[in-house]
Design a protein around this ligand. Structure first.
Ligand code: SAM
Length: 219
């Protein structure tokens, strides 16, 4: 059985009992370095997860008779490895699976976006959720939404998003959540102009919420 486990944004207190239980029963724990480091007491076999996702799929196929747990940050089905694994094992897009046949299960986790919204007391109603992680969003279309939340990466992060906002003559507030639930967590609200003025600084692991208006408060 392949179990993809969402481990939340980082801190142990944000992991669910279901996640911890699955990890406890695993024969093999698969994950990135940062994720495996969260479980130093795991005594079974471990396997690192790198950019070779095709290789991972092949390995999972060969090992699906074992209790394999794949660790995913946040929620596995929100721009995470859960989609690729589900589709690979069923040959169907997510949402079209035959539930009787699967040798795979997903345990949901708290997404970095949910964590940030909770911290700034922002309801998630009508929020448009997306990602710039390894992809370029269509900013013309995206910035027609009033309330947006994005997971990001080093290529398109707060500075580049702020540039896209200003290039379209918009005034927007941006809440940047860095290293959420981890050491050096920082949550700040700035407007797009301020972010561009700060320059392309090195933000930590971050997500961005984009709101209407030009102030620097969360409301
Ligand atoms: C591949 S996506 C995975 C998103 C994840 N499935 C989720 O639900 O949060 C990776 C991105 O998630 C965001 N992320 C994950 N953990 C984070 C954290 N602790 N603090 C800030 N951003 C985080 C970052 O934007 C990171 O580049």
């Amino acid at each position: 059985m392949i179990t993809v486990v969402g481990i939340g944004p980082g801190a142990a207190e944000n992991q669910t009992l279901a996640a911890l239980d699955a990890i406890k029963q695993a024969e093999v724990l698969v994950g990135g370095k940062r994720h495996l480091a969260e479980f130093p007491h795991f005594s079974g076999e471990t396997r690192g997860l790198n950019a070779d996702i095709d290789g991972l799929m092949q390995w999972l196929e060969q090992n699906q008779h074992r209790q394999v747990v794949v660790l995913a940050s946040g929620d596995p089905l929100f721009y995470g490895i859960g989609k690729r694994i589900t589709e690979h094992f069923s040959g169907l897009p997510t949402g079209r699976q035959n539930s009787g046949k699967k040798n795979i299960r997903i345990i949901s986790g708290i997404s970095s976006i949910q964590y940030l919204c909770a911290h700034i007391l922002l309801d998630m109603n009508d929020i448009y959720l997306t990602s710039s992680h390894g992809r370029k969003p269509d900013f013309d279309w995206l910035l027609q939404h009033e309330k947006i939340a994005m997971v990001t990466d080093d290529v398109i992060g707060p500075y580049q998003i702020a540039q896209e906002i200003l290039a379209r003559g918009q005034q927007r507030r941006m809440v940047i959540g860095e290293n959420l639930s981890q050491e050096h967590e920082q949550i700040m609200c700035l407007n797009a102009e301020q972010i561009v003025q700060h320059g392309d600084i090195n933000y930590g692991l971050n997500v961005v919420v984009i709101l209407n208006g030009n102030g620097s408060d969360f409301e």
